[in-house]
Write a protein that binds this ligand. Structure first.
Ligand code: NJP
Length: 269
């Protein structure tokens, strides 16, 4: 199955478009002729990206929203219809991580992360899918992580959140067979977007824990994601090393994997 064709009344909604992978996914989709609707909290950064896309001959609309806020999520579809647009593509990319052992975690920060990384993904899929299925066309890309394939001591709730996204999206793909709507999971390894620093890693710690050959640029990861969406793939893991790592993580007994992962995590030192 390929991506729905672009059209004057159709849009691709990209959450977390103000930074990193989301910005690059929006640029990539706009480069393929899709109108994009940019969602995140930082309205100024979204407006800058929208200007860039418009100057290059595309169309981009900005809808600033805090995706941890249930009523903001509930209002998104109406705001898109007020723009005269139908969402044919939904990219659930917005996300964040906390860092450190759960016994020292701030409960509010943990719940905020789960609200954005898990609840918002399920909420937006549940709200956007009925229209897509009714129209017989649509594509959803949910951004998880290679962390989805393994436990992640030091980022326990983040790993669990991404495992949810992977399992949920694969189940959606099963349910959607024959409807004209596809669901794909993008599972990146490390990407230099500032994401790690926002989680609390220093750049040096992140680079020491994760070898250089695992790192890809946000642009490369975005292209792998949009290509996978275009081919109706179930799961995309960008980069050969990350693919091998993900395969290895799935078959290695947890009793062997856990001590290795725990020793190497900067958040547990
Ligand atoms: O992250 P970053 P990436 N409401 O920090 C938005 C996954 N991933 O591009 O609201 C609405 O540059 C935030 O916007 P703003 C990762 O888990 C990454 O690297 O303006 N939006 C910004 O646009 C995530 O799912 C790596 O602050 C909210 C965006 O989210 C996805 O890739 C590795 C929000 C975050 O941009 C993109 O990450 C991996 C809220 N409440 C998976 N909170 C990696 N980078 O190494 C945040 O395995 N956002």
């Amino acid at each position: 199955m390929s991506l729905p064709k672009p059209g004057p009344d159709r849009t691709a909604v990209v959450t977390g478009a103000s930074s990193g992978i989301g910005t690059e996914i929006a640029r990539d989709l706009a480069g393929r002729g899709h109108q994009v609707t940019l969602v995140a909290r930082s309205a100024d950064k979204l407006a800058q990206l929208a200007d860039e896309i418009t100057s290059a001959g595309g169309r981009a609309d900005v809808l600033s929203a805090d995706l941890s806020d249930r009523s903001a999520r509930a209002g998104l579809l109406d705001r898109i219809s007020e723009l005269g647009l139908v969402p044919d593509i939904l990219i659930n990319n917005a996300g964040l991580s906390t860092m450190g052992p759960v016994c020292r975690a701030d409960p509010e920060a943990e719940l905020n992360m789960i609200e954005v990384d898990v609840v918002a993904v399920a909420d937006l899929c549940t709200r956007f899918l009925p229209g897509m299925v009714e129209r017989g066309r649509g594509a959803i890309l949910n951004v998880a992580s290679t962390a989805a394939f393994q436990p992640l001591p030091g980022q326990a709730a983040y790993g669990g959140s991404k495992a949810f996204v992977l399992s949920y999206t694969q189940s959606l793909a099963g349910e959607l067979r024959g409807t004209g709507v596809s669901a794909t999971t993008l599972c990146p390894g490390p990407v230099d977007t500032g994401f790690g620093e926002r989680a609390g890693f220093t750049k040096e710690e992140a680079e020491a824990a994760l070898p250089a050959i695992m790192w890809l640029s946000a642009k490369e990861v975005a292209k792998v994601g949009v290509d996978a969406l275009d081919h109706g793939r179930l799961v995309a893991v960008p980069g050969v090393v990350n693919k091998v790592g993900a395969a290895f993580a799935q078959v290695t007994p947890r009793s062997l994997l856990l001590p290795f992962l725990t020793r190497g995590h900067p958040g547990l030192r």
